[in-house]
Design a protein around this ligand. Structure first.
Ligand code: HEM
Length: 398
């Protein structure tokens, strides 16, 4: 019998999703000259020490990245600068602030589903899972949600190129991938730059204005910092949740007994969302660079080397999770690393969880059946650092 990962054509390099176990929790890839960390404890150790394991990894590529593109990019920053920048927006992402978005998220979900009401088939990603989170984050930031097809094109092409960047060997190919990534990212950054200039002239009640007016140690952020920070929020704030929604529906489709239990008792939903984040972790990979020689999992990592933290592999580590290949929403505890850990722990986790919960609740209310069709199977993104569907056709009738 073929496994679900094979049926769904999940990236072949994600061997742990294909039922295989890494030989060692920490391995060196000679060809790429990078370290792969697959183990849960080892990943946790790295997340816990941002001094030894820096997030500023752009400098470790053999090709040069324009420093102006890195200013204000929280994902690439280390303490103490990282914390100061993160705090500027963390008040907008507290569980209380996010909970206040619930009525709007529910309203948008219903509006999007009204457009496919009565259809025998829906395409979950295009009809709901992509537009919903992008509208929510665009409204939070204050950019027109109607521009979402523009973002989608730029983000998808930049993601493909950044995947290429990690896969290719140092040299010309890597430079070409970087050029594509920069060109596509630049379009989104220029777009945001226009909105930032607008906010400097006429402030509004939105997150962009908050960033424009914010001060760190008595100084306002410069344009690059505002634009790059907003860019991380916009990119991280939508495709991950798209994947979470698609993956959760797929997990229930593959485990009909769990679907029936959830339909009978919605209090199981938070457990389903957490298990989906563990079982098919949307954000597969986090990057760090060793700032000094250090031992992890019995292997010595020299300074200046790139470390790939495979969160989705750690989330299948049998030393941490019993029967890791079983989708079990009742796992307690379920301390998965789907949102990362430590100082860079996902800022949008309360929003992602809330969107996932509201969308699933409404989907189950409105569709007594949500079933994949072997004739038109789901299509997974083929980027190594992401695990999620880019299209998910579903039958809505028995
Ligand atoms: C729902 C699915 C989501 C998943 C699986 C996810 C996953 C992650 C992970 C693994 C990290 C840590 C990266 C690292 O340590 O290098 C992260 C960071 C981040 N996420 Fe999310 N995320 C999700 C949703 C969101 C949403 C909705 C937002 C909204 C704005 C968001 C914004 C961010 C930001 C700004 C960071 C950087 C935090 C920092 O560097 O301090 N994420 N996310």
């Amino acid at each position: 019998m073929t496994s679900l990962a094979e049926q769904w054509a999940i990236h072949p390099h994600h061997t742990w999703l294909h039922g295989q176990r890494p030989e060692h929790p920490v391995q060196f890839d000679e060809q790429a000259q990078m370290w792969n960390v697959y183990g849960y404890d080892e990943a946790q150790e790295i997340f816990a020490d941002p001094v030894t394991f820096s997030s500023n990894t752009a400098g470790l590529l053999s090709v040069e990245v324009d420093p102006a593109l890195m200013e204000g990019n929280v994902l690439q920053m280390d303490p103490p600068g990282h914390q100061k920048l993160r705090e500027l927006v963390s008040s907008a992402f507290t569980p209380k602030m996010i909970a206040a978005l619930e009525p709007r998220i529910a309203e948008l979900t219903h509006q999007l589903l009204d457009q496919v009401q009565g259809q025998d088939r829906i395409e979950l990603v295009g009809d709901l899972a992509y537009p919903l989170p992008v509208i929510v984050i665009a409204e939070l930031l204050g950019v027109p949600a109607s521009d979402r097809d523009l973002f989608r094109g730029w983000v998808e092409r930049a993601m493909e190129a950044s995947d290429e960047l990690l896969k290719t060997e140092r040299g010309e190919e890597q430079e070409r991938a970087l050029e594509v990534q920069m060109a596509e990212s630049m379009k989104l950054l220029d777009y945001l730059r226009g909105h930032v200039a607008e906010r400097r002239r006429s402030p509004r009640e939105d997150l962009l204005t908050k960033l424009v007016e914010a001060e760190i140690d008595g100084q306002r952020l410069n344009d690059n910092e505002v634009v790059n920070f907003a860019n991380v929020l916009l990119v991280a704030g939508h495709i991950t949740t798209t994947m979470l929604i698609g993956n959760t529906v797929l997990c229930l489709d593959a485990n009909p007994e769990q679907d029936a239990l959830l339909r009978a008792d919605r209090s199981r939903l938070p457990g389903v969302i957490e298990e989906s984040l563990r079982f098919l972790s949307p954000f597969t990979l986090a990057l760090r660079g060793a700032t000094k020689e250090v031992e992890v999992g019995g292997r010595r990592i020299p300074p200046g080397q790139m470390i790939m933290l495979w969160l989705s592999a750690a989330n299948r580590d049998p030393r941490q999770f019993e029967r890791p290949d079983v989708f079990d929403p009742t796992r307690t505890p379920n301390a998965h690393l789907g949102f990362g850990r430590g100082v860079h722990f996902c800022l949008g986790a309360p929003l992602g969880r809330l969107e996932g919960r509201i969308v699933m609740d409404i989907l189950l209310d409105r569709f007594p059946v949500l079933r994949t069709d072997p004739a038109t199977p789901p299509a997974f993104m083929q980027a190594e650092h992401l695990t999620g569907v880019k299209s998910l056709p579903l039958h809505t009738r028995a």
